[in-house]
Design a protein around this ligand. Structure first.
Ligand code: GLV
Ligand code: MN
Ligand code: MN
Length: 417
């Protein structure tokens, strides 16, 4: 089947043996956008990109020229050793939905568009939802351009470089918003599987903050400096890692993770002089995020004082929790319950481009289950039949949204939002 064949093709781009590595504006990620562009051209969709590298493919509705489209989509970049469905499913599933709608010959009252957002994962440049954040006006283009990847390349250079914007695809003016946006995604957790649901009606997306912590101790000889005279940056980092865990455990419905640790000079017989670590903090309750943030900073200050070294905490990213727009959620609910009476309301613990698009348009999200709740790992899987069902639901939501928008002020539910 077309959907599965395409997902399998994309999964080969950036395959590492343990998963998929497709950081934004790397050769593999560009190849994925090229592949998507070739499928979209073959499907007769009109391609455009914007200046941050978001790629749009539009199914024009005859006579609806100029009206804002109903959008769907997700991202093609992955985390390191990520899975084949996180993001790619929403993009390929969106294309599949547009192709099915085009093939049905059904008259469209509004154009439809599938988007591959640039750099959702924040795994190369230190900002998640990069492309959708600039699109939605939450990050200034110049601020994005100044971001520097761990490999030293700036976003500004990368977007203009050989793995950046695609050749032969027109670059749109500005960032025109859609009339509405719906994102199809794998759940990435175990909730739906545990309750036997094949479709999820997303109610909200958890807020998140990401921090970088720089610990400056004193490097030295591991054999000669007495234990009582050390300022070991890794020992300080270890205390902080556990403090982060304690802080999240103490606040309910909150998760915090230290997923990245860079030890310098990272050699057996040298006391670690510098450590950089990154913290990811999330909750559906923004107040809890603020409280845990404060606690982590307090703990960092205490560790620094007790151990006589410097710890600097920098906020890299902060996104509040986002609620799905009631009109879109109603459309998603109707489409999901019609296809799966067991469909459940679900909160997303993972971040999505929909969080940003919500600033400029009503958004909704559809989930399908992840086998064993596994995601951000190479063995991420979803049953093929569930992937198909998700696309069916997406088709229904797109068609309903395209009709609902007609006669309104341009945005779905503009009068009742
Ligand atoms: C993206 O997948 C995120 O939630 O970090
Ligand atoms: Mn994703
Ligand atoms: Mn992800």
């Amino acid at each position: 089947m077309r959907l599965h064949g395409r997902l399998a093709e994309l999964a080969r781009l950036g395959a590492t043996g343990e998963g998929i590595d497709r950081g934004l504006f790397t050769p593999a990620e560009r190849a994925a956008r090229e592949r998507l562009a070739s499928w979209c051209r073959a499907a007769g969709l009109r391609l455009e990109q914007d200046r941050v590298g978001n790629l749009f493919a539009r199914l024009d509705a005859p006579g609806a020229a100029g009206g804002a489209p109903i959008q769907c989509g997700s991202h093609l970049d992955t985390v390191r050793n990520g899975g084949a469905y996180d993001g790619a499913y929403g993009v390929v599933g969106g294309l599949e939905a547009l192709q099915r709608i085009a093939a049905s010959g059904r008259p469209l009252q509004r154009s439809l568009e599938v988007v591959a957002w640039a750099g959702e994962e924040g795994s190369r440049f230190p900002l998640g939802c990069l492309g959708s954040s600039v699109y939605a006006g939450q990050t200034a283009y110049d601020a994005a351009a100044a971001l520097v990847a761990d490999d030293g390349e700036s976003f500004g250079a990368a977007v203009r470089g050989p793995n950046g914007l695609l050749d032969g695809v027109p670059v749109r003016d500005g960032f025109p918003p859609p009339a509405a946006y719906v994102e199809l995604h794998v759940e990435q957790g175990p909730v739906m599987e545990n309750c036997g649901a094949r479709l999820g009606i997303v109610s909200a997306i958890a807020g998140q903050r990401r921090f970088q912590v720089a610990i400056e101790g004193v490097a030295g000889h591991s054999g000669t400096v007495p234990m009582t005279h050390r300022a070991d940056a890794l020992c300080a980092a270890s205390e902080l890692v556990l403090a982060v865990e304690r802080a999240a455990l103490a606040a309910s419905d909150t998760v915090a993770t230290v997923g990245q640790l860079v030890v310098d000079p990272n050699q057996t017989n040298i006391i670690p002089g510098h450590v950089l670590l990154r913290i990811d903090l999330r909750s559906i309750d923004d107040g809890r995020i603020t409280a845990v943030d404060a606690r982590i900073r307090d703990e960092a200050a205490q560790v620094a004082q007790t151990r006589g070294l410097r710890i600097g905490v920098t906020l890299l990213e902060s996104r509040p929790a986002v609620t799905m727009a009631p009109p879109m959620r109603s459309l998603v609910r109707a489409a999901c319950l019609e296809r799966d009476p067991q469909a459940v309301d679900i909160v997303s613990g993972a971040g999505h481009d929909a969080m940003c698009v919500a600033a400029v348009a009503p958004v909704g999200m559809i989930f399908v289950p992840s086998i064993g709740g596994r995601s951000h790992v190479g063995d991420e899987r979803t049953e093929p039949a569930d992937l198909e069902l998700g696309v069916d639901a997406l088709v229904a939501v797109l068609l309903a949204a395209a009709s609902a928008a007609v006669g309104g002020s341009g945005a779905v539910g503009a009068s009742d939002a």
